[in-house]
Design a protein around this ligand. Structure first.
Ligand code: F6R
Length: 615
């Protein structure tokens, strides 16, 4: 959701904040703003639209930073609207008296606080819940409390999720940050310190981070920082070194992050496999998972819970666990799981999957399962994220930073982890023979090369995009482990090209979606030569009989499929373990190439944000 960045130190903060916001723009991009100290007063620039708009505002020669006792202080924000439509007046920072604040999250009790403040004579310039926080802090200051106490008191009154950065004209040497429910990190250096919603904003300045927990505040002053609880009691915090580099979060010559990330997938799989495959390639190394399984003995059910693409990855996981490990599985969207009465208990394992590790519903599902006594394993891409820190065990996807809003390399890395875990659990339970496990491991080891080769089909996929980008609706069909990839393909297309796309289990076609089929509705059909092949081919014939246009994704050398379909994208023949990973590449490229033809904003599609940290 929104992105926050703050600076305190000896350097001019204008560029630091702007560059930080650029790195966070994927979190929200409907408006942006910056606040800095100028000759003892806090000056603010805000604008609706993307950061480039703010940049124009910031070029104003009358807008500049000046230090107080050699120290500059500034805050920036890029917004994804929750309360109050995108506009300049609703953009952050918000000012109340001499308090200036940026906020990420949702304040649930803002109406009642606002009412009380209105009665006390406070006025409001925006429609946001965020301005209410600034006003509440200002109210405590007016009552005679110092800056720090006022922030503490206000934070104690708030219900909801918030991370905030606050400045106060009466104390130009202090920057305060509070976290409750949405992420916030301190970047620490010798003589300057930062706050940010995530580390991407700060990697060009530091690799040393302090992660705030809920109900913690950080007070930053010249060359020093301290973390306290909301009663003002100091808390000792560890500094974590994170080795992601600046280059990893840049485009590296690609037109979009999404394309770069699609092409990084072979590497993401290599890194995810690394250290997990035994040197003799006869087994896998998951000591932490084995330990967890021992604690759960006998293992009841596996619950697979996530949102969006991560949910589709867990859907593949369900098929794999059932097939390779013979473990009964349930699967749920995190937003559903957390509010039903899931019958999860102490012998069950919840597997949450999340690229960001900060998705609010997934985190809430994790907490719900723990409350009910279950163990939690996270599949996560971001170390030290909330989900990583709260899970009993984390298996990392080593996809590196994913900046494009549409998930690509994190998705295939998640599928890789599910493949590894299904083999491992199958071996531990003794239901997968050593030979079968060895064969699957061999397949995984050879997967990145097959992915490299598949990426070379980009030119052919561009031709398909050229032909179909003006269509209104696409239908994606698949069966078994191909079904979640049909859903993922439809989601990718929807997200970045704003076209209607429906993903369906091929077996469901005659129960409704076949009504969509005509010469104007391209059908992308996933038809590898697996145990569903003949049935899927019957579906294909039914589509052709109704003048449907078919783009098939099938196995190399499958002449029958080629003859039946209008276009065919060929993938190498593999088992159900690796086929979904291979299929993901053409569905991603189809979405990307169509969006490119349509000229949409591929890396920052409308209405979306990368990390959904509010419900
Ligand atoms: C789709 C996409 C989203 C995310 C979902 C979960 O391309 O990126 O659907 O998969 O918001 O996010 P994480 O994995 O960060 O929990």
């Amino acid at each position: 959701m929104c992105g926050i960045v703050g600076y305190i130190g000896k350097r001019n903060p204008k560029d630091i904040i702007y560059e930080g916001l650029k790195k966070l723009e994927y979190r929200g991009y409907d408006s942006a703003g910056i606040a800095l100290f100028q000759e003892g007063k806090i000056k603010i620039k805000r604008s609706q639209g993307k950061l480039s708009q703010l940049q124009k505002e910031m070029a104003d020669p009358h807008f500049f930073a000046t230090p107080h006792h050699e120290i500059f202080l500034a805050l920036g924000h890029t917004r994804w609207a929750t309360q109050g439509r995108p506009s300049e007046k609703n953009a952050h920072p918000h000012q109340a008296g001499s308090v200036v604040l940026v906020h990420n999250g949702i304040i649930e009790n803002f109406s009642s606080i606002k009412e009380t403040l209105l009665k006390k004579g406070h006025t409001f310039a925006s429609d946001t819940d965020s301005e209410v926080i600034a006003s509440l802090i200002n109210d405590h200051i007016r009552e005679g409390h110092d800056f720090e106490t006022s922030v503490q008191r206000a934070a104690q009154q708030l219900v909801g999720s918030f991370s905030v950065g606050v400045m106060f004209e009466g104390d130009p040497g202090t920057l305060i940050a509070v976290r409750n429910g949405t992420p916030l990190v301190l970047g620490v250096c010798e003589s300057e310190n930062f706050i940010a919603s995530d580390i991407a904003a700060l990697l060009s300045h530091t690799h040393r981070f302090v992660y705030l927990e809920d109900q913690e505040m950080a007070v930053l002053k010249k060359g020093q920082w301290v973390v306290k609880n909301l009663n003002g009691k100091p808390i000792s915090k560890a500094i974590k070194e994170i080795n992601w580099t600046q280059e990893m979060i840049e485009k590296g010559g690609f037109q979009h992050f999404m394309l770069k990330e699609i092409f990084e997938q072979p590497q993401a799989v290599i890194h995810t496999l690394q250290d997990r495959v035994r040197k003799d390639e006869q087994g896998l190394l998951f000591p932490e998972v084995s330990k967890l399984l021992k604690e759960l003995n006998p293992l009841g059910r596996i619950y697979l819970v996530a949102c969006g693409s991560a949910y589709y990855a867990s859907m593949v996981g369900k098929y794999l666990f059932e097939q390779f490990s013979h473990v009964p599985c349930e699967q749920d969207l995190a937003s559903e799981f957390r509010y039903r009465e899931p019958l999860i208990g102490k012998n069950d394992l919840l597997i949450v999957t999340s690229q960001s590790g900060e998705t609010a519903d997934t985190l809430a599902a994790l907490r719900e399962a723990k409350k009910r006594g279950a163990k939690v394993l996270a599949i996560c891409n971001v170390k030290e994220s909330s989900i990583d820190r709260e899970a009993d065990v984390t298996v990392y996807t080593y996809a590196g930073p994913e900046i494009g809003v549409a998930s690509t390399k994190a998705f295939t890395a998640q599928l890789t982890v599910f493949g590894l875990l299904a083999i491992h659990v199958g071996m531990v339970k003794g239901v997968l023979s050593e030979q079968a496990a060895f064969d699957f491991i061999q397949e995984l080891i050879r997967l990145p090369l097959a992915m490299e080769n598949l990426l070379k089909q980009d030119a052919y996929i561009k031709k398909i995009a050229q032909k179909f980008y003006r269509k209104k609706t696409f239908l994606y069909l698949g069966r078994g482990t191909n079904y979640p990839i049909a859903l993922e393909g439809a989601l990718k297309l929807k997200e970045i090209s704003y076209m209607n796309a429906e993903g369906y289990a091929a077996g469901e076609m005659k129960h409704g979606p076949i009504a969509l089929v005509d010469e104007d509705t391209p059908v992308i059909i996933l038809a590898p030569q697996d145990r569903h092949y003949e049935k899927v081919l019957s579906n294909l014939e039914e589509i052709k009989a109704r003048d449907g246009v078919v783009i098939a994704i099938g196995n190399e050398g499958d002449e029958r499929l080629k003859k039946l379909s209008d276009y065919m994208i060929e993938i190498p023949k593999r088992s159900e373990l690796c086929t979904p990973i291979l299929e993901a590449i053409p569905v991603q490229l189809i979405a990307y190439d169509i969006a490119l033809k349509k000229g949409t904003d591929i890396d920052q599609p409308r209405n979306l944000a990368k990390s959904v940290t509010v419900e």
